[in-house]
Design a binder for this molecule. Sequence first.
Ligand code: ADP
Ligand code: SF4
Length: 700
Amino acid sequence: MMRDSRYDVLFEPVRIGPVTAPNRFYQVPHASGMTNALPRVRAGFRGAKAEGGWGVICTGACSIDPTSDDAPLPMATMWDKNDIRAHALMTDAVHRHGSLAGVELWHGGASVMNRASRLPPLSPSGIPWMATHIGFMGNLRPKSMDKSDIRDVLRWQAEGARKARTAGFDIVYVYAGMGYLGYEFLLPEYNKRTDEYGGGIENRIRFVKEMLDVTRDAVGKDCGVALRVSLEELRGRAGTHQASEAHELIELLSDHADLFDVKMDSSPTDCSASRFTGEGSHEPVIDFVKKMTDKPVVGVGRFTSPDTMVSQIRRGVLDFIGGARPSIADPFLPNKVREGRLEEIRECIGCNICISSWHDSVPVRCTQNPTAGEEWRRGWHPERVEPAKKREKVLVVGGGPAGLECALTSARAGHEVTLADAGKAWGGRLTFEKTLPGLAAWNRVVDYRLGRLNDMTNVSMYLESALGVDEIIDLAPDHVVLATGARWTRMLYSSMEIPVGQLDHPEVYTPDDIAAGRLPQGPTLVFDFDNYYYGGVLTEHLAVQGIPVSYVTPAGQASAWTIMTNELPLVHKALARRNVSVTTLQMLTDFDGETATLTHLFNGEQTQVSCRSVLIVGLRLPRTELRDALEARRADLEAAGIKSITTIGDGLAPGAITHAVHSGHKAARELGLGQSRKLYLRDTPITDCEPGFEHAEAAE
Ligand code: ADP
Ligand code: SF4
């Protein structure tokens, strides 16, 4: 299919200093969690995006020196020759498809704790970053940089840039965003210096300007020099000659950078979840940048619609369509636009599980794209599935995220697939969850898969078809995949975190009751120890229905785990907006229909709360009835020619949607392999060269 000519502008080449990007699709730097310890995994992950048409592919933050050490959070390094070789695998993978490779050289300043290197963190004036996230907290405060420290950082940046060029990078970054060292120089609250680096904006930008200049001197003939800068705070501060200090910064640095990569200041605003923020949310902050410079500008906004992308270019907001999450969810997004296959775009749902992977210090996971991070180690291509050696009949029972993904991937392998679900609509848990406040975009998981399945001739799909053992035997498939999901329980735990049995009362509800349309009567207490989004969003849902609702959790925060997905501050805001009281560190220990008894997690003190109903969002267990019934009829199944029964998704191990999708994909790729399936390949760091930190030597 040919693309619509209105998208042609997205495929124009754009110059970045001495190099030229083949199109306007720009994968901005984003954490992959892969580090230099997994160089082949990383090259496979980034290379897939180049194959899918992204014109520029960047690394995540890449430390220029051990004084910038974010451990245990995953980070890349550009310290020695082994690092150069590790990165070269990625640049080769990117160049193989004609794309440019960019490196986000980075110094974390006061925001890192240097836990591994044990060196003092550096900062303009000794002011620490205030961390509210446990993974970021530390107890080492930064030293104030003297002039020789500044000279050192400039030298490390120049050496890092030369190493990056040796590794094959085409674009080299200076990073002045998100609380890191360059950013700390920009803000007077961090920068109290009385020398030429502190004071007015022209002094506060001096360090960043010098970082750009040393980078240009080192590699500017061969590589584009990019500045990544956070503008949210500065945009809110009046300038002396221009509308804001952000305007002045761009004007003052315009001749020093070949490209401006502009973003927000904190992770929750920069990379906000779709539950709270829509596509293109950065525009009000960064819309002025192009007016202040003739250099190309890249920005993000979870862009998945090509019309929005074209609008950003035509309206003069951006030159490059930056993508981090959209490129993870669909590495082939640009090629699908190029080839007029828009309906095949696997749109990011904005759940931020990818970000949580970084916070968890593991390689990136994606809800929409189960192949992310699996390209090299499992050999999973994001678009292609190896054809099955033998076309077989596959019956998938359950059409939630796991079943839909399994059916689609099995069908792509060429099998004859039957998909059945007891419900009236496809989507399993999402048929209800998509109706909850802010979660509509999550249904893209269903829409994408249904759309593709509907296009296939080797798939038969049946709704309102609850299957039992007899129906399955009648269908006599070669393989049965059970994707029958999980159910919520009324189980409670003790303060020792030991299950203490069910809380049984007619007015005790579970999320399954709410999904089935059974609403609690009167004031309701939501007790949440699931800790992810569901307790919080169901509380919002009840409040929207006009039910007086309070929220109680044994954790220290409402929806505590959402700190990992950047949602936590916004969950609290949403609950406050709906006048929901939030009580933390309490266990629910009893309920008699009129009063709930709460017990303090640590001191055992009891509190009585008047309420008519309780909703427990706690433990979920797999639905195993069908599997158990099938197990009991093994001989009949064998007689019917059924060779395998596989359980996937929540029916196997209840989890987030990302777990279900990955489980469904894996089962389809491994269909019929039985015990012969292989362990994934285990990557190893590159250690060919003697380790050492001789910056100058490694930088030629
Ligand atoms: P997952 O997240 O693992 O995909 P879901 O709970 O979202 O799980 O989906 C499970 C689906 O399985 C539901 O749509 C449910 O209607 C369906 N299901 C459960 N048992 C049966 C059955 N015996 N026959 C057909 N469909 C079933
Ligand atoms: Fe988008 Fe969620 Fe995938 Fe991240 S994990 S890229 S937010 S779909």
